[in-house]
Unconditional design. Structure first.
Lengths: 515, 342
């Protein structure tokens, strides 16, 4: 009851001041716009705004950033669905099914599902955040160390190998290609230089944003351009049909599962929304009765990914506010906002600045609700972008992607990487490899390698140490069972391999393994 | 008095300030510099660019933002920050070395540039290949445990407990090859005879979370980075890696108190410009960055990061001396550790 009263008090503070309302609306709209532009993400907006927050009150500054965080994660879904350009890495799995839905004339349905599920995931995680920030944060950091996170990544990769490739071998080879790309640069623990070929810029590693832009946006333009030249190009059918309530209710278990996954990934420091979205999508494939339909335009794919990544936003605020541990770049910038006002996030904030905390909680709740309202209004207009003829749209997408690739680190090599990934992706997609698998291998590989090295150091280089940690052990077992399920499905079960649609057509994945 | 003469005088004065604790610095180091300086031939006629080899959210990103803000407040000249993270600062340094030598681009960097040069002399030496404008943060490290820890409560009991574990105790730090953290831990373990497994976390949050969540037994860190954990009573320092106790940590033993006899290594952050830029532009930049150090906003930032416990300021000559001393110190240690020093 106290929490509800505090929430009401926070709401009153938020809406009783016109300046607060303006900042709230600015954050909502700014987050959505910047989130929708690839590379130029909400982080860009946050970095620009950071110095100006010194002129705002602490409540206003933190509230602005938290609102941008909520709506920015959603914003990238629109371009992922309409143009196969994920606005941010956490929207990449949304494109797996969202873009095929657009090509199938179901863009409105996909965007509508993204709007509703983003809002739902965000609202639920905000409510949990309000109810139990401190105990959840304490549990997460004591239960999940590097061994558990490595085991989680292993489990994720085992599931991911079944997403998007024509055969078992091509699925695993795709993952391995991603893992191989992930090891370029300094090793994350010892600082040893690897595969840099005496090029200093390669020491920074291959960043996943230009890689995603290349594999998704650039290779898609090549595919469509080829069709145009051959005369087989067909423009996406335009539709603004939103998903019906019954369609959404039919996916209620996917929504609940993705909320749990997203929330769980969000509370782990340094993990966040990207892993949440991929894990949400992977689990949707694993639990589906028709997994072969994923990658061809299945609504559940969009629902799972978007629910999970927004569920991570409220969760990421938990370690930040309760412990002072930022989970990602944007929450780290929030620490800067706190410090500009002579404050430090952490347990003392609840004692010394409870008003601020509840204004932020209320603002995040309403920001997620506003995704629903503004999202639907936006959808009605933004889908009309599909009316632009391909020959005009393609250069615009290439320009946006190039700017996005460069904007990440200001390195020209990222543009080269993007175009290389585009060319490689163009050929790989024809040969049945999984673009999704490569991207997953790259993103999870970086996290996995680091946590594996840390885990081995913690366990004194003894594998048996995993047996003493029940969560890590359980996740490893689940991963191995999934792997066994894949092998069984590939060699002992007769399945007909589906034909590629030119996007990321998955094969008949193996039966779920490992509970 | 010409600025260059003033700076030379101030360098001597600052160089005499030892890196010792318990010193009150009521007056700011560059209060004596003129409050304004005429722009030489209209320079700078446009915004400056600051290359930052780390992301915007970490310690380097924050100090770059605070200094850029202070310089702008002082001079009205805008500074755009260009973050080029990766390769432990190598990428940003490489990108900076390729920029024009016209005084419009400055570099932020930390002591990693000095240790990288110490290990491999083909890497740029920040003292010789660049001109340091100012060193604006110098800080020391500490060893922390959880405040509610019961297995050990102070340095003495910690060393005893770690020794009993026969190498199974753990400490979280950034233990990359040749890093300040690893070198300092070598000093400590050599002197105490204890064996401790170093767990390398390159990002702050997982590192602090590892101690708070009981994943590791101790943490090696600088006090400004864990201030919120100290203020909230979650972490407790058990050793200050300085010869003397700073006033803010009067209850925490220093190296001298526990008979550890080595020269502590410092984490320092500063700002640099190309060698060979026109002299008048150099003098203006030196004035702007050194004077900005004493701007209220910058001092407030440094205080919030525990950066005023020891003298954080070094001018050009002071910075060179700091870097050269650090490079020699690292080189000796690397040789002793058996690393290949190029």
């Amino acid at each position: 009851m106290d929490a509800f009263n505090n929430f009401l008090q926070g709401s009153v503070t938020l809406f009783s001041d016109p300046i607060n309302i303006l900042i709230f609306l600015g954050g909502v709209i700014g987050g959505m716009l910047f989130g929708a532009i690839p590379g130029v993400s909400m982080l860009t907006l946050a970095a620009i705004l950071l110095p100006f927050t010194a002129h705002l009150s602490a409540e206003q500054g933190i509230m602005l950033f938290s609102v941008m965080y909520c709506t920015g994660v959603y914003g990238g879904a629109i371009t992922a669905i309409l143009f196969n350009i994920p606005g941010a890495p956490e929207n990449a799995p949304t494109a797996f099914d969202g873009y095929p839905m657009t090509k199938n004339g179901q863009a409105g349905k996909a965007v509508g599902a993204a709007v509703m599920c983003s809002a739902l995931g965000g609202v639920v995680s905000t409510i949990i955040m309000m109810a139990a920030t401190a105990p959840i944060a304490d549990w997460a950091i004591s239960a999940f160390g590097p061994p558990e996170i490595f085991a989680l990544v292993f489990f994720g990769l085992a599931v991911a190998a079944s997403v998007g490739a024509k055969t078992f071998w091509k699925g695993w080879l795709s993952i391995l290609i991603g893992l191989m790309i992930a090891v370029v640069g300094l090793d994350p623990v010892g600082g040893i230089e690897r595969y840099d070929f005496d090029m200093p810029y390669l020491l920074a590693g291959i960043h996943f944003i230009p890689t995603i832009l290349g594999f998704f946006a650039v290779s898609e333009i090549f595919v469509q351009a080829e069709k145009k030249v051959r005369g087989s190009y067909t423009a996406p059918k335009l539709s603004v049909d939103f998903p019906s309530l019954s369609e959404l209710l039919a996916h209620k278990f996917a929504v609940i599962r993705s909320i749990v996954i997203g929330f769980f990934c969000g509370i782990l420091p340094g993990i966040g929304a990207t892993l949440a979205a991929f894990m949400g999508y992977n689990e949707a494939v694993r639990w589906s009765k028709t997994p072969e339909e994923f990658g061809k335009g299945k609504l559940e794919g969009v629902i799972s990914s978007e629910t999970a990544n927004n569920a991570a936003t409220g969760a990421a605020m938990i370690p930040l506010l309760a412990l002072g541990l930022p989970g990602g770049a944007l929450t780290a910038m929030m620490v800067g906002v706190f410090q500009m006002h002579d404050m430090q996030p952490g347990p003392l904030v609840f004692l010394t600045s409870a008003d601020l905390v509840w204004v932020v909680f209320a603002a995040m709740f309403y920001a997620n609700c506003s995704i629903l309202l503004i999202g639907f209004l936006e959808t009605k207009t933004i889908i009309n972008l599909l009316r632009i003829p391909f020959q005009f749209l393609a250069p615009l997408i290439l320009l946006l992607a190039t700017v996005g690739a460069y904007a990440v680190r200001g390195l020209t090599i990222d543009i080269v990487v993007m175009f290389l990934a585009g060319v490689v992706g163009f050929f790989l997609r024809r040969s049945g490899y999984s673009i999704a698998g490569i991207v997953l291998g790259l993103i999870l590989g970086k996290i996995g390698e680091q946590t594996f090295a840390q885990a081995m150091q913690m366990l004194h280089f003894e594998w048996s140490g995993f047996f003493d940690r029940p969560i890590a052990f359980g996740l490893l077992i689940a991963g191995f069972l999934t792997l066994c399920g894949s092998i069984y499905g590939a060699f002992f079960k007769k399945t007909s391999a589906p034909s590629s649609t030119g996007s990321d057509s998955p094969p008949a994945p193996p039966p779920p393994g490992g509970g | 008095m010409r600025l260059s003469k003033y700076l030379a005088g101030s360098a001597i004065a600052i160089a005499t300030m030892a890196l010792s604790a318990n010193t009150a610095y009521a007056a700011c180091a560059t209060d004596g510099l003129p409050s304004s300086m005429t722009k030489p031939d209209g320079y700078p006629a446009r915004a400056l660019t600051m290359v930052v080899p780390y992301g915007p959210a970490g310690g380097s990103g924050q100090v770059a933002q605070a200094m850029a803000q202070a310089v702008t407040e002082l001079t009205g000249v805008a500074i755009n920050r260009d973050h080029k993270p990766g390769g432990s600062g190598t990428v940003g340094m490489t990108a900076y070395m390729a920029t024009p030598k016209d005084g419009y681009t400055v570099l932020e960097h930390i002591d990693d540039a000095s240790s990288a040069h110490a290990l491999d002399s083909t890497r740029p030496n920040p003292a010789d290949d660049l001109i340091p404008l100012v060193t604006s943060q110098i800080t020391f490290s500490q060893v922390y445990i959880r405040a509610n820890e019961t297995r050990f409560t102070d340095w003495e009991s910690f060393v005893k407990w770690v020794t009993e574990q026969n190498g199974r105790a753990t400490i979280a730090n950034v233990s990359k090859e040749g890093s300040m953290e690893r070198v300092t831990m070598k000093f400590i373990t050599d002197a105490t005879g204890m064996q401790i497994q170093q767990i390398s976390f390159d990002k702050g949050a997982p590192r602090y979370g590892a101690l708070a969540g009981g994943q590791v037994d101790a943490l090696f860190e600088q006090p400004g980075d864990v201030r919120n954990f100290l203020d909230s009573g979650k972490f407790k320092p058990i050793l200050t890696i300085l010869k003397e106790r700073p006033s803010a940590f009067a209850d925490v033993p220093s190296l001298s108190d526990v008979a550890l006899d080595f020269d502590p290594l410092f984490r320092f952050r500063g700002f640099y410009v190309h060698k060979g830029i026109p002299q008048d532009r150099l003098e203006w930049l030196q004035w702007a960055f050194q004077k900005a150090y004493c701007e209220e906003s910058y001092q407030k930032y440094n205080e919030s990061k525990f950066m005023t416990l020891i003298e954080s300021f070094r001018d050009t000559e002071g910075s060179r001396e700091l870097i050269n001393t650090t490079v020699m110190q690292y080189r000796d240690v690397y040789k002793a550790m058996g690393l290949e020093v190029k």
